[in-house]
Structures are given as C-alpha cells and as structure tokens.
Write a protein that binds this ligand. Sequence first.
Ligand code: LR7
Ligand code: MN
Length: 594
Amino acid sequence: YGCLCTSVTWTLLLFIYFNFTQESQPFKNVPVKGDLSFRNFPRKFQPRFTRGPGRQSQQNAWAKEQLRRGAEGRRGADLSPEMGMIFNEQDQEIRDTGYHKHAFNVLISNRLGFHRDLPDTRNAKCKEKVYPLALPTASVVICFFNEAFSALLRTVHSVLDRTPAYLLHEIILVDDNSELADLKEDLDAYILKNLRGKVKVVRNEKREGLIRGRMIGASHATGEVLVFLDSHCEVNELWLQPLLSPIKEDRRTVVCPVIDIISADTLVYSSSPIVRGGFNWGLHFKWDPVPLSEMNSPEGPVAPIRSPTMAGGLFAMERKYFNELGQYDSGMDIWGGENLEISFRIWMCGGRLLIIPCSRVGHIFRKRRPYGSPGGQDTMAHNSLRLAHVWMDEYKGSCFICKPLTRTHDSLSVVNFVVNSRRFSCFCVVWYFKFLYCCITLTGQPNFEPSKYAFVTNGIKSTKHYRKGHLRNLLVDKCLVAQGRPSQKGGIVVVRDCDSSDSEQEWTYDEDHELILAGLLCLDMSEIRSSDPPRLMKCHGSGGSQQWTMGKSNRLYQVSVGQCLAVVDPLSLKGYVAMAICDGSQSQQWQLED
Ligand code: LR7
Ligand code: MN
C-alpha cells in the first residue's frame, strides 16, 4: 500500500512538474547562446501567447525559432524575418502603437531585449590597430524624448557591454520632459534595480529640444570627453578607444564613428559605406563620397577622414573644448541645424572634424520623425536661419534663394551668439569652402550640384536573381492582380480569374524579397496600420515594408507586419485580400507559377 502511494505521489509530482514548467517556461530546454531566453527580460518584454488550445503550438514555434537562431547567436545581421511575427492582438497592438509613437518596429525591438550580438562591421585592418591604454575618460550623454524603452535600454546596455569600465566615467540620460505614460517609472525602477551608480538621469522640467538638452547633459558631466549618442543606437565592438585616441593626440579634434544602419522595420544591423558629411543650399545635411584626394593616407581604408560636417547625433569631443568653443547656439529649438552650425564652428575656429572608420555605432533610421515641436513651429527653418546669419557671410543670399521664407525672420536674436562665437579668431566662410569643401567654381560660387555627388547605393537590378510568374491562391484558385491598372501608385490588389497570357498578372520575386507587379510597382505594407491592405508603391529597395518571404507552406509572409497575406472572403466576388495572423489555412496559401 505504501509503495503504491509513493508511486502515485511521484507520478502526480512529475505530471505537475512537466505541465507547469512547460507552460510557464517554454524555452527551458532550448540550448541557446547568450541570454536568448525571454525569461531573462522583464515580464513586459516576454512574448505573449494567446490562452487556450493554440498556446502550446505557438510556444513550440517560438522555441523552434529560438533554437534556429540560437545556433548562430543572436547576431543583428541575420535576424530571422519571423522575429516580427504576430501571434495575437497584443502583438498587433504593440506593433501598431509602436510605429505610431516611435516610427519603428517596437515589437521586434522588445523581443530583442536589452542585449544582443552585432556583426563586426569594421574593416579587417582595424583589428590590427592598437590603442594606448591611457586614454581620457568618457561621459556618454544620451538625450531622449518619448523613446521606446527597449531601444533606450539597448543603447545604454550596448555601451556598458562594449566599453572598458575604466574609460567609462558615466552615462547621463537627459529626459527631455517625455510625455509617455510609463517611461519615467519604468526607467527609474529599472535603473534602481539594475544600473544603480552606473547611469544618471537628468530631467528637464519643460521640453528643451535636443540642442539645449545636450548642453544640460554636458553641464552635469565630469568625464574628460563628452560622447553624444541618440537614444536608439547600439555601439559595436571596440567603438570608444578609436574615438578617444585622436582626441588625446590633439584636443581640438572632434570625432564621429561610422554610423551603421539599424533597419526601422526589421532591426537588422548592417554596415554603412565610408562617406563624409556635406550639406546643400537648403542647409540640409547630406552624405558625400570621400574625394580621392582625401584617401591617400598610408593607413589606407582605416585612416581617419576629414569631414566638412557631421550628421549630428553621434560624436565625441573633449569636454573643456566643447565649453571653450561655445557649446551650441542655445537659441536653437527642438531639432535641426545644430549639426551644421557646430561643424562650421569647429572648422572655422581652429579645430577639425574627423570620421573614424574603425569606430562603428548603429542607429535606427526611421522613415519619419515621430514627434513635432510643442508649438508646431518649423524648428529646422528657425535654426537654419540662425546658422546662416552667424556663419554664411556673403553666401547667406544663396541660402535664402533656396528658402525664401526664412529671409523674413528676425535676425537680432542671433547677435549675442555671433559676438560670443566670433570672439575667437575664426576663418571666414570663403576659407571653409575653398580649403575644406573644395568646390569653388569659376563663378566664385561654391558648387553643390547634387548630380556631381550623385551616390549610387543599389546595385543594378537586372543582375539579381529572381523568379517570375502568376500568384495563385490555393483556396479560391484565383490570381493576385491590381484592382485598377498595375501602374497606378497606391492601388490595392485583389484576386481575379487567372489568365496566364496576361502580363499584367505577372509578379517578379527578386533577391531583395520584393514582389513586383508587371515589372512596375512593389507590393508594400503601410507601417502605421497593419490592418490596411497592401498597396502597389514605388520600389524603395530597402526591405521592410516591401519585404515578403515565400516558402514554408506556401505562405506570403510580410516581414515588417509580421503577418500573412490572405483572401478575405472566399465567397465574395470582390476578391479582397488583407494581412492576417499566419495560421497555415488555405486562404493564406499562394503559389508562384510560370
Ligand atoms: O525635443 C527633442 N528632445 C530630444 O531629447 C527631440 C529629440 N530628442 C532626442 C531624441 O530622442 C534622440 O535621442 O534627440 C535625439 C535625436 O533626435 P532624433 O533621433 O529624432 O534625430 P535624427 O536621428 O532624426 O536626426 C539627426 O539630426 C538631428 C538634427 O538636429 C540631430 O543632430 C540628431 O542627433 C541626428 N541623428 C544622427 O546624426 C544619427 C544619424 C542620422 C543620420 C544621417
Ligand atoms: Mn536619431
């Protein structure tokens, strides 16, 4: 009797153990590198599964996916497209409000957590370089306004994970009076629990904008060098030493890392080409190719590059030099223009600005800025006007031709800043154009024709591998076509009777995972509302909203939406299609056939 009792108890215990642990810890048995398991993240960032019978299979699918990616480590370059998969309404909600508030895929950002591996995008020669051990210490200053919590924390942790402690004096977060409900409490709680003593938070009582925000951050800093970062960055391997070492050699050197690209739709981290900063007559920043004359250093591809301007968000500068040079123009509001202004000031007043190819930092490039200015003003125009009045001298006129509106602005408020800045002995703008931007034409005007600097980013399409054919839905046995003309931008797609002789029904599926109808437009998903149907849009070649994967069970999976293309109502003659949670049903099965 005793024996029976013991074995019943054991069976019961085992039963409870397996069921309970399997349910609450889906990744328990998954061997993964690093901390791939979501159990390590705050509850809020763990994937959510629907209750009920489908739960186990969702968890299994996730676990399998983790396993697949775990084998490679969670490297930013080869994230699985399934990373954005939508399982339920909560996922949908996180994704849609994320795009709305932050203009990038917050669902994937949350799933990535606060740490991840990144592909080492440096030139191989960088690994041979040695840097002095004794370098100035750094205060990293990160301003943020309504940033997504996971992106902000990944920025902070990437710095902590990849910076030698003895060089990292402090991290200062400047909260620019963010309005998001939980951000303040979440951040305070997280720092108290995990980052006490490592990260300082400074809070602005009113919205100041990133320019005054950085000045406030700098005023709290006590390290020798200020390093500014945006709040949605990830620093790469050995990023800081290459920045500090030229500053140590010459304190009037300001340095920028190469800004690698983190995709807003997929969070994939990829390498940027080596380019330098320029600008146009509208006083907008742009990238220029590096002229051959600047590339003849014996160090070759890893040598620092002189750059006329900086992008603005990511740079390092000796703290005392930042103060001596006059910090920023505190009359500039919210966003824009400060990067060109400080660039001109650095060069014209005896400093230099370098891009350091061996230092790499990724930045999430969003398609739009997710915030405005408090009064709705065009702060870029306001700030550019100040910049023109302070620095453009005889070239002011050229700027105002481009931006006639700004001419009417009151220029008195800049007088103080001019007087302050120009108390240094600074060169005039002609010097800057002639000796730095080196593009004075015969007429004496600086030459910024865009065509001269036209920059080829994409390879030639015709050399790509692709598949061609009709896209037949297996449930209704109809083909995906344009509702109107296939050349009509913004048009929706529907299913109609297949006609194999009709070239307007022909899709091309290329290496970039684009679906192109009749060789004209790409099938594209709106970032804001994934409940909108996909539309035909101009191909942009940067993945995300136009990236579709085919394969597994014939589904057409949209990477940035995390859903599958489905026929809405099989019985309706309208033939509408829409995105839906992938469920493997026949309405979601498509075949590309010749
Ligand atoms: O009112 C604000 N208060 C803030 O604290 C507005 C913004 N911010 C914060 C914001 O949360 C972010 O961390 O300031 C930082 C920069 O703002 P973004 O990310 O909206 O700017 P951006 O990346 O679109 O713009 C680029 O140009 C700006 C001009 O004012 C700044 O210099 C940004 O730092 C700069 N970003 C980069 O250089 C990254 C690479 C982009 C390129 C090319
Ligand atoms: Mn930014």
